[in-house]
Ligand binder design. Structure first.
Ligand code: SF4
Length: 296
């Protein structure tokens, strides 16, 4: 059984930098992260072992002098409130998330009505829209009625959305008409981040070559779910799992080529553990020597 890792997968620089900052020994026992720093259970466990506390929001009980904003970012009002309460605020917001915040600000300055393509409840989207006076979050076409009366629409996307989902929605919004029949003025700023695009392209490519895909990542990781969806849309058998102990040897029966990919929150040491285990499962099933392929 051949086992191949996707050409691009796993931890992106935004998540990696945030983890490194939180793991800094100077924070041992005196840092609270607001929200999940990464959607990965193994890293969250390591952070906790390192004395880092994690809460859902600023409204929770926080007994450390330092708080950290995650790579997903937060509204400026949240940063200011944390500082006003007396916390020292460390900001691990990914620069590519900050780019979305700036893009929306500029669109509003240019008098476009801000529209975000993404999941309304996702922490990144909450951070983007919370300080806006008016906005609409669109997940799919069923939300179009919310912008029917807006003549000038400025669109950005959550950084981890699928290209194949966002681009067609933008085209359909461009084709919408105002209630008086006139065309809408639509400006789109492509804010899907490059690591997400690279991972989506890599999974598309690998999905065409394998007969089973293992997708590694936290169950609450948005971009990991989307990697699995790419596979399912191609009719490929795929399993999204968090821990190596969840691998079921029965999945690999009669499989000749297995692909491995992982969301942007999954560290490479977790991917390596999966890879070695899948290779061992392949050996035990067939007694064959797997074809090792270098990771990205
Ligand atoms: S997924 Fe993209 S935007 Fe999010 S932390 Fe990683 S690089 Fe930054």
């Amino acid at each position: 059984m051949k086992v191949t890792k996707a050409e691009a997968m796993g931890t992106c620089f935004g998540v990696r930098d945030a983890i490194e900052e939180a793991m800094d020994p100077k924070f041992k026992g005196n840092l609270t992260v607001i929200g999940q720093l990464v959607h990965n259970p193994q890293i969250v466990q390591r952070l906790k072992e390192n004395g880092v506390k994690i809460v859902d929001s600023l409204n929770d009980v926080i007994d450390t002098p330092n708080v950290m904003i995650t790579a997903h970012g937060a509204a400026q009002s949240v940063r200011l409130r944390a500082a006003e309460v007396g916390f020292k605020v460390y900001d691990a917001t990914c620069p590519l998330v900050m780019r979305v915040h700036r893009a929306v600000e500029k669109l509003v300055e240019e008098d476009f009505y801000p529209v975000v393509i993404g999941q309304e409840s996702h922490v990144e989207v909450r951070g983007i829209v919370t300080d806006l006076n008016e906005y609409t979050v669109i997940l799919d076409e069923s939300d179009f009625h919310k912008i029917a009366d807006k003549p000038r629409i400025g669109i950005v996307s959550q950084t981890t959305q699928q290209i194949t989902h966002v681009y067609p929605i933008v085209e359909k919004i461009k084709a919408l008409k105002n209630p008086d029949g006139s065309a809408k003025e639509v400006k789109f700023v492509d804010t899907i981040c490059k690591p997400t695009k690279d991972r989506q392209k890599a999974v598309h490519k690998l999905a065409d070559e394998v007969d089973l895909m293992i997708v590694i990542g936290g169950y609450n990781s948005s971009n990991t779910k989307k990697l699995k969806k790419v596979c399912e849309d191609k009719g490929l058998e795929a399993y999204h799992i968090e821990k190596v102990s969840e691998l079921n040897p029965e999945w690999f029966h009669n499989k000749k080529h297995v692909g491995i990919t992982a969301g942007t929150s999954t560290p490479h040491w977790v991917i390596d553990e999966f890879y070695e285990t899948v290779v061992e499962i392949g050996k035990s099933l067939e007694g064959s020597t797997p074809n090792k392929v270098a990771s990205a």
